[in-house]
Design a binder for this molecule. Structure first.
Ligand code: PLP
Length: 306
């Protein structure tokens, strides 16, 4: 089955510059800078009972990414918000999909024009695309099973290269780390910085707990300021669990009582194996369990779910 046909069958909604278009007309120009140079930014939100969690925070990060990327949006951020909500509503307006939750991605390209880095080559404003897919297309390992991660030999981008604080469309480094991990039997990969300090996963942040204290790498090691990471740090404060932002080498994770990966799509996912070592004997620990529950309660409260 072609990609387009399968996208149609699963109810995918695509909008281009604020207009929902048929899936088979959703094409990007070969002169688009996202295609030529990875010169784009993106964000992902998911819904709970149809409501997007922390959409404004994601859009705020998109603005921060634009500043880091020297990109000036031709559209106001409120337009991106409206269109994301519009596409989510359009997905759920389809027959039989009224109660489905979604994965919604916005991609903003610097635009298209003549080949060449200079902005004088641009012939269009920033181009934005929203893709809404069923959330069921992005399955995670169940919480009770946990995930197996490899510590990649590939380094996380140095902040003086493509700054990891910027959520750009240029994910090749992380993608290659993922592919190697996957070929070697792991679910995903973690990356260290050039000094051997832990940074983050390919598309998620990382935490550990040891003797009741939770830790996660600080932003200035060169990581994405994850929306879920922030939520988790705040939840630790609320629950009275000490939580520190500290640099640490990979051995701290090997020796930790618990390790967990966090992101919009992963929420709180326990890590049961790291390289060839089992974490906590391969069992899910009490702090991950507590934080997973607290995260669910936070979502329910914040989005007034029933
Ligand atoms: C590199 C990286 N780190 C962390 C995250 C987690 O961020 P968030 O919790 O905002 O989804 C992501 C999400 O895609 C990511 O790509």
């Amino acid at each position: 089955m072609s990609t387009l046909l399968s996208a149609k069958n699963r109810g995918t909604i695509i909008s281009l510059n604020g207009k929902i278009i048929p899936v088979d007309e959703a094409n990007v120009s070969v002169f688009d800078r996202s295609f030529l140079y990875g010169d784009s930014l993106y964000e992902v939100v998911i819904t709970y009972q149809g409501k997007a969690f922390r959409l404004k925070e994601h859009l705020h990060r998109l603005e921060k990414s634009a500043a880091l990327c020297q990109m000036t949006f031709s559209q106001p951020i409120a337009e991106y918000e409206r269109e994301l909500l519009n596409c989510i509503a359009a997905y759920r307006a389809q027959k039989g999909r009224e109660n489905e939750d979604v994965y919604a991605r916005i991609v903003v390209s610097r635009g298209s024009g003549r080949i060449g880095f200079g902005l004088s080559n641009l012939e269009t404003p920033t181009t934005y695309v929203v893709i809404v897919e069923p959330l069921s297309l992005f399955p995670n390992k169940p919480f009770s099973v946990g995930t197996k991660l490899q510590i990649s030999k590939r380094m996380r981008n140095h902040p003086k290269t493509i700054d990891p604080a910027m959520k750009s469309g240029n994910y090749l480094n992380s993608l290659l780390a993922y592919l190697t991990a996957s070929e070697e039997g792991f679910d995903d990969a973690l990356m260290l910085d050039h000094q051997g300090f832990m940074t983050e996963g390919t598309t998620f942040n990382i935490f550990y707990a040891n003797r009741g204290i939770v830790a996660t790498p600080p932003l200035d090691v060169g990581i994405l300021d994850g929306v879920t990471r922030r939520a988790l740090i705040n939840l630790c404060v609320e629950l009275g669990i000490p939580c520190r932002e500290v640099r640490f080498p990979k051995e701290y994770l090997y020796q930790a009582d618990e390790v967990f990966a966090v992101s919009t799509t992963k929420e709180v996912t326990p890590v049961v194996q790291l390289d060839d070592r089992k974490i906590n004997g391969g069992k899910i620990g009490p702090i991950s369990t507590k934080l997973k529950k607290a995260f669910g309660e936070l979502v329910t409260r914040e989005l007034s779910l029933t």
